[in-house]
Design a protein around this ligand. Structure first.
Ligand code: C5P
Length: 226
């Protein structure tokens, strides 16, 4: 299981300072909408100068197939290691993305968001009028069928998805609260222990790390536990 640290801090300076303090650790960095919309591609280049960190660019694409294929091609040019899109963009869009990226010699891993970890059964049902767990399995299956490398899901669903598809199908799980921290806006929150039991390939952690007094210590404790 790999730890992916979400760089969702208030300024580029703070993100870079955190990244500098993480040199040498066996982690991935996640750049989300906040940092990317604010600091752009230069920010990723600056991070790479600090260390050749593995980078997950979490922009959750959702559009028509051509726009998604074009956008994912552009993201691949940045040289990041993993990107993502919404599984609910559908098989045509997901296949278009993979077909386009496969034209190059190498491509980033592509994951599909099933249901955001900020949804619980009730909030999911109120949007999609569908059972959350059933929908997640279905979305994971169409993502696999479209050739994606894995899904973003909560760790509650990880083992079930792997069982339905394959052990190699990647599960990346946000909504982790390693030491019983506040849930914040997350609903499907999981501990480190359960994430391990559920065979999550990646766990994504933001606030419990960057809001801690000593983020490096928390990360070291997490790494010890995984
Ligand atoms: O601060 P926290 O640990 O809740 O951060 C979780 C990170 O994972 C955020 O950057 C959020 O955008 C991202 N994420 C998520 N749920 C998803 C996909 C991504 O929380 N389904």
């Amino acid at each position: 299981m790999k730890l992916c640290v979400a760089l969702d801090l208030e300024s580029k300076k703070e993100c870079l300072e955190l990244a500098k303090s993480l040199k040498g650790l066996d982690i991935w960095l996640k750049i989300g909408m906040r940092a990317f919309y604010r600091d752009g591609i230069n920010f990723i280049n600056e991070l790479k100068k600090i260390e050749n960190f593995k980078i997950f660019l979490d922009l959750k694409l959702y559009d028509i197939p051509k726009t998604m294929a074009d956008a994912s091609f552009e993201l691949a040019q940045i040289g990041v290691d993993m990107i993502n899109l919404h599984a609910s963009s559908g098989e045509a869009a997901m296949s278009a993305v993979i077909d386009r990226l496969n034209q190059a010699k190498t491509r980033p891993l592509v994951l599909a968001v099933t249901a955001l970890t900020s949804f619980d059964d009730a909030s999911f049902k109120s949007i999609y009028n569908e059972n959350l767990n059933k929908a997640i399995l279905h979305l994971a299956k169409i993502s696999a069928k479209s050739g994606l490398d894995g899904v973003v899901c909560s760790a509650f669903e990880s083992a079930q998805i792997k069982q339905a598809i394959s052990n190699e199908f990647i599960t990346l799980c946000p909504g982790i609260r390693p030491f019983g921290e506040s849930k914040n806006d997350q609903k499907r929150v999981v501990s480190l222990e359960l994430a391990k039991e559920q065979k999550a390939d990646f766990i994504v952690i933001g606030r419990p790390i960057y809001q801690a007094k000593e983020p490096q210590n928390i990360i070291k404790q997490i790494l010890k536990n995984i």
